[in-house]
Ligand binder design. Sequence first.
Ligand code: C5P
Length: 241
Amino acid sequence: MPYKKIPLVVIIPAAGIGKRMKANCPKQYLKINQTTILEHTVTRLASHPMINKIIIALGAEDEYFAKTHLSEQAKVFVVDGGKERVDSVLAGLNIIDPNEFPWVLVHDAARPCLALNDLDSLIEACLAENIGGILASPVRDTMKRGKDFLIQATVEREDLWHALTPQMYPTTQLKTSIEQALDAQAVITDEASAIEFSGGKSQLISSSSENIKITHPDDLALAEFIINKQLSTNVNIQENQ
Ligand code: C5P
């Protein structure tokens, strides 16, 4: 699929505290191979030739970012995050000029295992089709709906996907959709849900299931395993080695 290469901007919401991680610092500052999760995430995105700018939304009390090497990176800019993830994303959108960057990607700070070929697939699909989209992985297990720990029904899994990040949209479409959804007090857990709210289309682009979000303590060891495996095969990532 042919598409025009254009400069891209990424927003990384990193203002969460990651309560479920039960760590003594926000989860994006936990370390894998002596490097914070946030630095792994940013380094991968920054290594993509079309990504020119990375806006990181930080928590008001963040005392960790300044201790990383990220502030020295030319592509990195910082904004104050908000109460919810969507508020942090909107804070990033507010400082983007859509004429300079007509498309924006949003990627969770806590997903450091993103493979470059998945990032390429997302960018190519969105620009070639001129329709926004998200990385996603098909549900594998049989799915149950439950109430009070009792099964109510089996949910058809054929059409179910796990919504991952990055999620990529035209900058103006995403900003308008988020503003409309917030005005209507709709529940917005990712960019695609804001686009759905405003009746827009989103493509599902199949991603490796290795693109995990570090959420629970066990995920840290799994992410380390995945990163080390990716580094040893060295096909899908570029990190400072
Ligand atoms: O908590 P969860 O893992 O779902 O958060 C997803 C991403 O959103 C994380 O990178 C987190 O730092 C970010 N976030 C944010 N602002 C908030 C809450 C979460 O930037 N108020």
